[in-house]
Design a protein around this ligand. Structure first.
Ligand SMILES: Cc1cc2nc3c(=O)[nH]c(=O)nc-3n(C[C@H](O)[C@H](O)[C@H](O)COP(=O)(O)OP(=O)(O)OC[C@H]3O[C@@H](n4cnc5c(N)ncnc54)[C@H](O)[C@@H]3O)c2cc1C
Length: 637
């Protein structure tokens, strides 16, 4: 199968407008005849469902949590980018496009990223109209702050709760349609399979996680907005329910998985403390606007930070990257923090941390200004660590945060299975090999509010509504397969808990396929994952039954997928013999330890096709062409 990205012709700035004009339309009176399933109620899913129902389609929406408002998007702290250029500091759609393409180390599509930059401004207008309480300046205009990888202030924010406020906006729009009877909401449902009939996505199988029932739902198209897979690493900043299962089930039904090895590591997380920790907490990147990153100049310096004089501190980011200073992109900041710790300059009990210091900012701007900007983040930090960041520097260390890989989609956000659309973090996204701060919220909302309403219509215009229903035998086949797998998991009755296996898998992928890797470590990871997977199917212990609320079973299902998916990540990392963005292979680096891309051989999207059982997935390549920007070595010096 040849991958067709369906990028429209014409000049970059006109592609989306031309495309929208060429897309087929569904007659307004016919829209109500079409049923659409949306899986996921985060920013991507909620915005998509609300917009599609507003257009007149009949929507069913599903999530794991007891309320759409508990989707992982709620956790987003720092902000959302848009090229409004309110303060005339030189921003433009072109600059946002350029920064994003460059930040992703030239491993994303020009046309998609340009469209993203264009739509960014609509998102802000839409959210303001919904009542999202963005921060404002003294004159009442929306306020902005900077984020890593940009030299302009373009990040709109609502204190440290931007995701929560945006989600409340989308949830309001969703609720309006639920009340109007256009959307039916199904909470506490876990999508375990995609139903494909005659090659097209026509429905899903979900497990009702309260009573264990398997339920079947048919539709004319399925929209997946199920978020990222960072929890394959066990420890991450993601919510505990973030998982790969819905995407992986779709992969097994024919949707290609793109760039699975592209993981983003975030530089400003609270460091790991103990063995039994299950979650890492992010401190928003916006803190690097005012906080200064440093370590003691001398290796093994154990003094309290207050006792280390200025002359003995190494502000290594400001020193090495004077142009961007503490605001270098996340991959650069993360690698440099790890490097400082590796050479013995790490601080704190574990020595796997660097300081993020606000003393200077508080002296300059005052306690109140800093507290207005970051107060809730400081409180959160103090609650977790018992250190007061107003008085002593925060300790931070990189952690897994976001996944740029995901199901492959074309310009219309359709996967390789016709009728299966994938939005938000679940698709392979417009971020390339690295995501700049504040661009995931932008992408999820662009997908949901402004792209899918057009593109799904064009697909549906050629479909006869209600072609199949749940009585079709494919629903039965899928449901029986799911039931059999549940029974198999429950029948093992081994000795090791799901968490115990997951912790080991997390350790393998972090150590050998994490922030930095090399070809040998990847080969080792592949062997270890295979072995662990074999042991899992012989020795996992899952109590209880499949007929009731059983969180151990839920986690066991997800882990079974992670154990297969982890290997796919490693296979993908082995194929990509270069370093780019957040993907750093030590075998490919410059003399200054920066990522060394190979544009001749690897300027492409890697897409993997499932071939069943233990067979290696088939590799497909989508070449990336750059007509409007010149590929340059990324430098933030
Ligand atoms: C701590 C933190 C801070 C962040 N801060 C920022 C920021 O400041 N700016 C920014 O741009 N980005 C930020 N991000 C990233 C951003 O929040 C996410 O990428 C984005 O919110 C993902 O949205 P989504 O709608 O794609 O998925 P999610 O919000 O993850 O939603 C996934 C949905 O899918 C459902 N689901 C998943 N699997 C299944 C299944 N099998 N069956 C049924 N339902 C399922 C879930 O119930 C949920 O409703 C942050 C991320 C974290 C972790």
């Amino acid at each position: 199968m040849k991958l067709d990205s369906k990028i429209p012709d014409g000049p970059l700035s006109e592609k989306w407008d031309r495309h929208r004009f060429q897309l087929k339309l569904v007659n307004p009176a016919n829209k109500q005849k079409f049923k659409i399933i949306v899986v996921g109620t985060g920013l991507a899913g909620a915005s998509a469902a609300a917009s599609l129902a507003e257009l007149g389609y009949k929507v069913k929406i599903f999530c794991i949590q007891d309320s759409p408002r508990r989707a992982h998007s709620i956790a987003a702290q720092g902000g959302i980018n848009a090229a409004k250029n309110y303060q005339n500091d030189g921003d433009s759609i072109w600059r946002l496009f350029y920064d994003t393409i460059k930040g992703g180390d030239f491993r994303s599509r020009e046309a998609n990223v340009y469209r993203l930059a264009q739509l960014s401004n609509n998102i802000i207008d839409q959210c303001v109209a919904q009542g999202v309480p963005f921060a404002r300046d003294y004159g009442g205009q929306l306020s902005n702050r900077s984020f890593g990888g940009a030299q302009v202030s373009r990040t709109f924010y609502a204190r440290g709760q931007t995701g929560q406020q945006l989600l409340l906006g989308a949830y309001g729009a969703l609720s309006r349609q639920i009340a109007a009877g256009k959307i039916t909401l199904f909470t506490r449902r876990d999508m375990l399979d995609l139903v494909v009939i005659d090659g097209k996505a026509k429905g899903i199988i979900v497990r009702n996680i309260v009573n264990g029932d398997l339920e079947k739902y048919s539709a004319d198209a399925v929209v997946l907005a199920t978020g990222g897979y960072g929890n394959v690493f066990y420890l991450s900043t993601n919510s505990m329910t973030s998982n790969v299962s819905a995407a992986f089930a779709s992969y097994k039904k024919g949707a290609f998985f793109a760039n699975p090895c592209f993981t983003q590591i975030h530089p400003t997380c609270i460091p790991v403390k103990g063995t039994y920790q299950s979650k890492l907490t992010l401190m928003s990147e916006s803190l690097r606007n005012d906080g200064r990153v440093w370590v003691p100049k001398a290796e093994g310096d154990n003094r309290l930070p207050e006792l280390v004089p200025e002359s003995e501190r190494d502000y290594y980011l400001e020193e090495k990257y004077p142009g961007f200073g503490n605001l270098v992109p996340r991959d650069v900041a993360s690698r440099n923090a790890k490097f400082q710790c590796d050479i013995g300059k790490g601080v704190g009990e574990t020595k796997r941390a660097v300081y993020l210091d606000f003393k200077g900012a508080i002296e300059k701007h005052g306690h109140n200004v800093i507290s207005r900007k970051y107060g809730n983040l400081f409180e959160m930090y103090e609650k977790i660590t018992a250190d007061n960041p107003y008085e002593t520097p925060m300790k931070i260390y990189p952690a897994v945060h976001y996944t740029m890989g995901g199901l492959w989609v074309d310009y219309n956000l359709m996967s390789t299975i016709p009728g299966l659309f994938v939005l938000g973090e679940a698709n392979f996204s417009d971020h390339g090999s690295n995501r700049l701060g504040a661009s995931a919220l932008m992408q999820g909302l662009a997908d949901g509010y402004f792209i899918i309403p057009y593109t799904i219509g064009s697909y549906l215009a050629e479909v006869a509504p209600g072609e199949v229903n749940e009585d079709h035998e494919e629903f039965n086949i899928s449901s029986l397969k799911v039931e059999a797998r549940i029974k198999q998991i429950l029948s093992i009755e081994g000795k090791r808990t799901v968490d115990n296996f997951h912790r080991e898998l997390g350790h393998i992928v972090w150590e050998y396929c994490g922030m930095s890797r090399n070809s040998n470590s990847l080969k080792k990871a592949r062997k270890l994952i295979k072995k662990l997977r074999e042991e899992y199917w012989e020795n996992v212990l899952v109590g209880g039954s499949g007929q009731d609320f059983n969180q151990s079973l839920e986690r066991a299902w997800r882990l079974a997928d992670f154990l297969e998916f982890g290997e796919l990540m490693v296979i993908d990392a082995l194929e990509r013999q270069e370093s780019c963005g957040g993907h750093f292979n030590e075998d490919y680096q410059t003399k200054e330890h920066e990522a060394l891309r190979d544009d001749k051989l690897f300027c492409h999207v890697s897409a993997w096709e499932y071939r069943g059982g233990n067979r290696k997935p088939k590799f497909h390549k989508e070449p990336l062409t750059f007509e409007n920007v010149k590929l340059t070595q990324r430098s933030y010096k």
